[in-house]
Design a binder for this molecule. Structure first.
Ligand code: XIL
Length: 368
């Protein structure tokens, strides 16, 4: 891009930021060139790259500029979960979800919905209000209202999140959630059919955690998820993609042949594969930052290079972009209490080896 082009991009870019946040003062602002971005490296290969975000974090303009420069898709980290959306059985609060939707639209990003059905982040009223008689209506009302609200605006919806938990001991591997207790295994099918009926064009995703590692528990989980998805496809349930969360541990082998076979079976079912919540936990890695950052970067590269060999993989989303804003700080701290470094930029918004690793994986990937 020539000088004039850069200047023009910078003006529009800062102008749109100002418009979005209603801010006058946008000085001392660093611009990341849109041409050298993960968004563009991924797009060259037909891959959509983006990140999860929150309204609070985006008020940090330096961070917002990174997101705008690097991402082609935005996912609300929490704003579309029941706890945020449903203050009471009869009301919906779309405020933050709409703010993030407008942010995505203002910056030519897709918007992704997370999550319509999950055992986590449920509002307090749910357990006292829901019973076997009304649970299906509560589920249907939620899905109908929320999917209709964002119809034609969503790239895709996580319809059901984390429905499998081997440790719960059921033969079918299903997690023993309130939804399962109230409605039986059919709640999964009901959710997908309802979402599809309301927005037939939406891409509908089954999203799951801990599918990547080379251990027995993960293998049993992969088999249970494969059986679940095979059954849904057999019953012609409208499910279009598997979301693999990819909250990786730095020390895990995430490129085993058995994980590879699982990915191939998923693709053979006709499903796309989305990497939906990628980050790398460093709580078991050495403290020295140089060593730790290299191990984290190696995990990012090895995992992405392996999984991107499958052309069914169309989307790569990280669960945050910078160590300044990451759930790992609270949920998976290091035993030595050193600051965690799970993402692509450090807490000063400087790119780390992990950024280069992700960029290289996109550059080396085949077009899809
Ligand atoms: C996490 C958020 O990042 C936190 O801010 C929140 O407090 C708890 O949930 N799997 C998921 C995500 O599907 O919704 C979770 O997000 C992380 C694990």
């Amino acid at each position: 891009m020539n000088k004039t082009g850069v200047a023009h991009t910078r003006r529009t870019f800062l102008g749109s930021l100002a418009a979005f946040f209603g801010l006058e003062a946008i000085n001392n602002f660093s611009l990341i060139a849109a041409t050298a971005s993960l968004r563009s490296y991924a797009a060259e290969k037909g891959i959509l790259f983006g990140t999860a975000s929150s309204v609070v974090a985006l008020q940090d303009l330096a961070y917002a500029s990174l997101v705008i420069g690097q991402s082609a898709v935005t996912v609300p980290e929490n704003a579309l979960k029941w706890a945020a959306l449903r203050p009471s059985p009869d009301s919906f609060n779309f405020k933050d979800g709409d703010t993030l939707c407008n942010f995505a639209q203002a910056h030519a990003m897709a918007y992704r919905g997370h999550a319509l059905v999950w055992h986590g982040a449920m509002p307090r009223w749910f357990s006292s209000v829901a019973n076997k008689e009304n649970a299906e209506q509560i589920l249907i009302k939620h899905i109908s209202t929320v999917v209709a609200h964002y119809a034609d605006k969503m790239h895709s919806w996580d319809v059901v999140n984390e429905a499998v938990e081997i440790a719960d001991g059921r033969p079918d591997g299903l997690r023993n959630t309130s939804w399962l207790q109230l409605l039986g295994p059919a709640y999964i099918e009901t959710a997908f059919r309802q979402a599809h009926g309301i927005d037939p064009k939406a891409v509908l995703v089954y999203n799951e955690n801990f599918l990547e590692a080379d251990d027995e528990q993960s293998e049993r989980k992969r088999q249970a998820v494969l059986a679940l998805l095979t059954g849904l496809k057999r019953n012609q349930v409208p499910v279009h993609a598997l979301g693999i969360q990819s909250h990786l541990y730095g020390e895990d082998n995430t490129t085993s042949p058995r994980f590879g076979r699982f990915l191939d079976c998923i693709a053979d079912l006709g499903l796309s594969i989305f990497i939906t919540e990628l980050d790398v936990r460093d709580k078991h890695l050495p403290a020295a930052v140089g060593v730790r950052d290299q191990m984290i970067a190696d995990q990012y590269f090895n995992y992405l290079a392996f999984i991107l060999q499958r052309r069914a993989v169309k989307v790569v989303i990280t669960w945050g972009l910078t160590d300044r804003y990451t759930w790992i700080t609270d949920y998976h701290p290091r035993p030595d209490a050193a600051p965690v470094r799970p993402l692509l930029y450090d807490a000063n918004l400087q790119p780390k080896q992990a950024y280069d690793a992700v960029a290289r994986a996109f550059k080396e990937a085949a077009v899809r």
